[in-house]
Design a protein. Structure first.
Length: 304
């Protein structure tokens, strides 16, 4: 039985693109192979939700899927066949005006009519022509550093013994899969090529932790800066910036650098934020003068 992409992601057919992507990210974290080693069921589920997200998050492929269901990949062929039948006087939409609603699960096209349609599309009945078959889909992985994933760049992959040059869009996430139409295996008897599915593996960064388009990092500040305030140099993905530290900053408190996070996938010029958690570094050794100053401070500080 064909997978229902909406059910796979746990969303309604009326769900927005943002809701679909959010559902995908939640499930991807749950079923990611790195979190479920040696779990074949989780691996299959992960592949299923990747495919569902790739189709439903793209408006064009989603439109085809909503109309033709599991046959959405043949949408262009179906519509060309429908036009040809209309020209030949077969009636509006083919079979007595029913159109192709049956593919989306909402119509009443019979199995015999569907067989007639696909028989004419892929070779006809009675051996009039050799059947055409779509080629197999290929799977590949692209391994990136966090810095790589932050910029749109070219990458060469070896797929089924062939080298393929692809463009990696900025903002891809670890575990995300994209589909490249027509880059799979060749079809049979002139049938269309299959598709290529590329899954990205993004290596963790020693300094930055990523959550969606936001980044998180830590910065050490000395005790005097925490107490009195001052400037602190912060590392970002595109260099260092100087930010103000407020007086009385507590250990573990957090500041935000707006727009200094990760690029938003397929939204050029949009970036997440960088969240900086302060770690107050206490002195481990004191000079006699410093100790005297702390003792004086302790005497003048109010007691609880």
């Amino acid at each position: 039985m064909a997978t229902d992409y909406y059910k796979a992601l746990g969303v309604e057919r009326t769900a927005t693109t943002e809701a679909i992507k959010a559902a995908y990210r939640k499930l991807a974290r749950k079923y990611h192979p790195d979190l479920n080693p040696n779990d074949d069921a989780a691996k299959r589920k992960f592949q299923e939700i990747n495919e569902a997200n790739e189709v439903l998050s793209d408006p064009d492929s989603r439109k085809k899927y909503d109309k033709y269901g599991e046959h959405w990949k043949h949408a262009d062929q179906i519509e060309a066949q429908e036009k040809e039948r209309a020209k030949q006087g077969a009636g509006a939409g083919g079979f007595g005006g029913q159109g192709f609603q049956g593919f989306g699960g909402g119509g009443n096209m019979s199995e015999e009519e569907m067989n007639d349609l696909f028989g004419s599309m892929f070779g006809g009945r009675g051996g009039r022509r050799q059947a055409k078959f779509r080629g197999p889909d290929f799977q590949a992985e692209s391994h990136l550093t966090l810095i790589d994933a932050a910029t749109t760049h070219k990458q060469t992959l070896e797929v089924n013994g062939q080298k393929l040059r692809i463009t990696v869009p900025a903002g891809v996430e670890d575990g995300q899969t994209i589909r490249i139409p027509g880059q799979g295996g060749p079809g049979v008897n002139g049938g269309p090529h299959g598709d290529l599915y590329i899954t990205f593996r993004v290596k963790e960064h020693p300094k930055f932790k990523r959550t969606g388009a936001d980044l998180h990092t830590t910065a050490e500040i000395d005790l005097s800066t925490a107490v009195l305030g001052g400037d602190q140099v912060i590392d970002t993905l595109d260099g260092q910036v100087r930010m103000k530290v407020a007086p009385g900053t507590q250990n573990g408190s957090r500041a935000k650098l707006k727009g200094k996070g990760f690029p938003v996938y397929k939204k050029e010029g949009s970036f997440g934020d960088l969240y900086v958690t302060y770690q107050v570094k206490l002195p481990t050794t004191l000079t006699d003068e410093q100790r005297a100053l702390f003792e004086q401070l302790a005497k003048t500080s109010p007691r609880p």
